[in-house]
Design a protein around this ligand. Structure first.
Ligand code: AMP
Length: 218
């Protein structure tokens, strides 16, 4: 099965895809994470992506599509075999959606389910601007809803380098949500025409969202 978690920034796609992908035997493909890793590693692609990333703009389609196609190859070759992929933060534009259809079509697969995860805008802005990321292991925290056990210290690796993501400033958040409405939200109609979209309310406690998501993906 291949599924997409579609939803605005801050709705919990990253948190939820990390929980449900392993439960379903799916590889999680998060393009935001792949881009952050490329930027951290200082690869050529990372250098090209960084200026877009830092201001909350979309990274050009060809760069992101290249990353995903490479990841799909890795997934196809994985041992033990995986049951498919759960996409988080991809596709975000119509050309990305079409490229994904082509890449899956070439290996005899398709998108089987798209989850529309949503929450009211004020909730998203409040969550994003309260978000911290561990500079060492990339674990995500939220000062309001999911704080580290000990203030300023990462639960997972003990690092004290908890910081705001470059694109979680109020200015970048407003731009990212605008781009979501303009470019990504219309993708729901693209997939609705195929009858694969299910709605999940992202404005609930984490475990309730997980339960609803597992049901939508079953
Ligand atoms: P995310 O972690 O999904 O919120 O993504 C963080 C940033 O990475 C976005 O604001 C974009 O700059 C970039 N990005 C992630 N996924 C994509 C994508 N599918 N297309 C273009 N840019 C992306």
């Amino acid at each position: 099965m291949n599924a997409i978690l579609l939803g605005p920034q801050g709705v919990g796609k990253g948190t939820q895809s990390e929980i449900v992908a392993p439960q379903l035997g799916l590889a999680r493909v998060g393009t935001g994470d792949l881009l952050r890793a490329a930027i951290r590693a200082g690869t050529e692609l990372g250098r090209q992506a960084q200026e877009y990333y830092d201001r909350g703009a979309l990274v050009p389609d060809d760069l992101v599509i290249g990353l995903v196609v490479e990841k799909l190859r890795e997934i196809a070759a994985a041992t033990p075999p995986l049951s498919g992929a759960l996409f988080d933060g991809f596709p975000r534009t119509r050309p990305q959606a079409e490229a994904l259809d082509r890449a899956l079509g070439e290996i005899g697969q398709r998108i089987d389910r798209v989850v529309d995860l949503d929450a009211p805008r004020p909730v998203l802005v409040a969550r994003l601007t309260a978000r911290l990321i561990c500079g060492n292991c990339q674990t995500i925290y939220n000062l309001r809803t999911k704080p580290p056990r000990q203030p300023g210290v990462c639960d997972v690796c003990g690092s004290t380098d908890l910081r705001q993501r470059a694109d979680d400033t109020e200015e970048a958040v407003v731009e990212r949500l605008r781009l979501y409405d303009e470019q990504t939200q219309p993708l729901l109609d693209y997939y609705r025409a195929r009858g694969v979209v299910r709605e999940v309310d992202g404005d609930q406690p984490i475990d309730r969202v997980t339960a609803a998501l597992l049901k939508a993906l079953a």
